[in-house]
Write a protein that binds this ligand. Structure first.
Ligand SMILES: O=C(O)c1ccc(O)c(O)c1
Ligand SMILES: [Mg+2]
Length: 637
């Protein structure tokens, strides 16, 4: 698959954008007119630079408001087009995108439109230029890709073809199957963009909220499957208008973009494998995909992780973390033989306390280990998806971990899972014989890591969604917004189908970040937390209280509201209140949970899931945010 990206996706000057695209490994780019007009580089210099960088200049765009106009305006439009065709010859470019008319269309007549597009194609032919006609979703008369393509077929000129842009097609919910029947020679260009499903006017949605494939909710594998089946083999190019990407680090965004195309290529191949049929199931070969002009590369296989292997936390005050875990009922299993880290366990939940204080840019949850089938394959996949590798120093007789850095700089370790949930590396902790007696306190015997909440810097949120989807095969749920005293917290659940791994990505509200910025560079005061699931939360909470645990104190108003919402047994309600427990219930079960006070910027949650409850106590999240906000502002006593 030939990969491309429009310069409008990125921040910086044209030169910076082109350099970043080359570094990220794109085959070609679309030059957005604005980027050229505002550039200090002459067209000849751009052409030379692209050649030096090994970048194809695949598309010049956009050319607006051409068709469906009165004759005098059409002549003016042809003159304007001629000037652009000459510019393109200086750039060494041969394809221009012409969008359906939005602003100046006056005459709704397909016959006239075809005649006008024919004249444009004729002129383009004289300049050796190809015109790719795109139906904008908000075009005045032409806003449907099949309509645009019918016009192209009617004109039937070798210099006129169709540009398919997934956004304009999927935002309008048009069926994508008819693409398969298109004559591939008449598809001149394909643009891909994803987007979250939003209900707003389509122009604003398109200009501000497009995201890279895998970061939104469009069925792009299917769209691409139809494009491939049509026989198209030209560039597949990202055209993402997004307010965040346009102000983020250009090289990093270009890599995020490239990751999305590598992933989309694999997903498209998988879609075809699944839909072309006829495969000998389990033959191990790339199943039933027929051969197509577009070759699709695949990636090392990934399976959902089987569970969390460990979580590693950092705080300035290590002693406070030790105390907290001890009060919760964790057992101290010893210090590592060679590293300044401690191991604490409850049931199958393993927490490593890293004794090094976090640097200001480091997240509180420094690392997460996941149990995977094959760490080498999983790591190869992540690296092909351009995940940065994190070196993990090991002594000769220690377990080697394959590590990659997530976009928020949490280190992700791909660990060898074991059927009984144990981990060989734990033997590296403690002196011989010192390692725990193998029996946890009964109340926590079945404990596991239930979920981990990771705070995301605002500019890396979408990137993180794609990262966990593509590298770890987690499935994103539609994002939610949780009210807090500092704004709405954007919250995105990423989980495995069996829920053995659940991550919650939270976008910390801006006010909090600005405050933090003044204090310590902006990272540390994003709170993050680990939630552990146990069988008997009330028993565990009682024990923890008796050991002096500082709970997050829940206001009495909450319990009044709870009593109003659910008719709870008064004794049960009193227990919840006494122990600062939160409660939720839905058709499939019940959820009990509590939070600890925060140490540094990390805190813990203990949960009990009853029945098939599959949520996270979302109705209680605003209470937690408000109490934590209040706590953070209280003068120390
Ligand atoms: O928003 C626009 O105007 C616009 C311009 C060119 C495109 O290719 C496109 O998809 C949208
Ligand atoms: Mg487009």
């Amino acid at each position: 698959m030939r990969t491309g990206i429009a310069t409008v996706c990125l921040s910086g000057t044209l030169k910076e954008k082109m350099q970043a695209c080359a570094i990220a490994g794109f085959d070609g780019i679309e030059i957005f007119e604005q980027d050229l007009v505002t550039s200090a580089l002459s067209p000849e210099a751009v052409r030379a630079m692209a050649a030096d960088l090994g970048l194809g200049l695949d598309l010049y765009q956009p050319f607006r408001d051409f068709d469906s106009v009165p004759e005098d305006l059409l002549r003016e439009n042809l003159r304007r087009a001629g000037a652009k065709f000459e510019l393109m010859s200086r750039l060494g470019m041969d394809t221009i995108l012409v969008c359906s008319n939005v602003a100046t269309a006056e005459i709704d007549d397909d016959g006239l439109r075809a005649e006008q597009l024919g004249r444009l194609a004729q002129l383009a032919g004289e300049h050796g230029v190809k015109v790719a006609y795109e139906a904008l979703a908000w075009g005045k008369y032409v806003n449907d890709y099949e309509h645009a393509h019918r016009l192209v077929e009617t004109v039937d000129h070798p210099n006129l073809g169709t540009c398919l842009d997934s956004f304009h097609i999927l935002s309008r919910d048009w069926d994508t199957a008819p693409i398969e029947k298109f004559n591939a020679e008449k598809i001149f260009f394909v643009q891909v963009a994803d987007a979250p499903k939003l209900s707003m006017d389509v122009l604003s949605w398109s200009r501000h909220y497009r995201v890279f494939p895998g970061e939104g909710q469009f069925e792009l594998d299917k769209f691409m499957g139809h494009v491939v089946r049509a026989g198209y083999a030209g560039p597949v190019s990202l055209e993402i208008f997004n307010d965040v990407f346009r102000q983020s680090d250009v090289e990093r965004t270009a890599v995020d973009a490239m990751r999305s195309l590598i992933w989309l290529e694999e997903q498209s191949a998988k879609w075809l494998d699944a839909h072309d049929g006829g495969a000998a199931a389990g033959s191990g070969k790339v199943a039933g995909r027929r051969r197509y002009p577009m070759e699709l590369a695949t990636l090392p296989k990934v399976a959902e992780p089987a569970g969390f292997n460990f979580a590693e936390v950092k705080a300035d005050d290590t002693a406070a973390l030790e105390k907290l875990l001890g009060q919760l009922g964790f057992e101290f299993e010893g210090r590592h033989r060679t590293k300044d880290v401690q191991l604490w366990t409850m049931g199958h939940a393993r927490v490593i306390i890293n004794e090094q204080a976090p640097s200001h840019a480091e997240p509180a949850i420094a690392a997460l280990g996941f149990d995977v089938d094959n760490p080498v394959i999983a790591s190869a996949r992540a690296q092909q998806l351009k995940a940065p590798v994190v070196p993990r120093k090991v002594q000769a007789d220690e377990e080697v971990f394959q590590g990659i850095a997530a976009p928020d700089s949490t280190e992700i370790f791909l660990c060898q899972g074991s059927p009984d949930g144990t981990a060989a590396w734990t033997a590296e902790f403690g002196q011989a014989g010192e390692f725990g007696d193998g029996v946890s306190a009964p109340v926590g015997a079945g404990a596991v890591i239930d979920h981990v909440n990771l705070a995301q810097p605002w500019q890396h949120f979408d990137e993180a969604v794609l990262f966990y989807t593509s590298a770890l095969a987690l499935e994103p749920a539609p994002f939610a917004e949780v009210p807090s005293p500092t704004g709405l917290v954007r919250s995105q659940i990423m989980q495995t189908t069996d829920r053995a791994v659940r991550l919650v990505l939270n976008l910390a509200p801006l006010i909090q970040q600005e405050d933090a910025g003044q204090q310590d560079g902006g990272r540390k005061s994003y709170q993050e937390h680990i939630a552990f699931a146990v069988d008997d939360l009330v028993g565990l909470a009682r024990n923890a209280r008796d050991r002096g645990l500082e709970f997050l104190e829940i206001p009495a108003n909450y319990y009044e509201d709870l009593a109003a919402r659910f008719s709870l047994d008064p004794g049960f309600l009193a227990t919840l209140k006494e122990l600062n427990l939160l409660y939720d219930r839905d058709a499939s079960g019940e959820f009990l949970h509590f939070y600890t006070a925060t140490v540094g910027s990390v805190f813990f949650e203990m949960v009990e899931r009853r029945g098939g409850y599959d949520g996270y106590g979302a109705p209680n999240a605003p209470v937690r945010h408000a109490v934590q906000y209040d706590h953070a502002r209280r003068p120390p006593n």
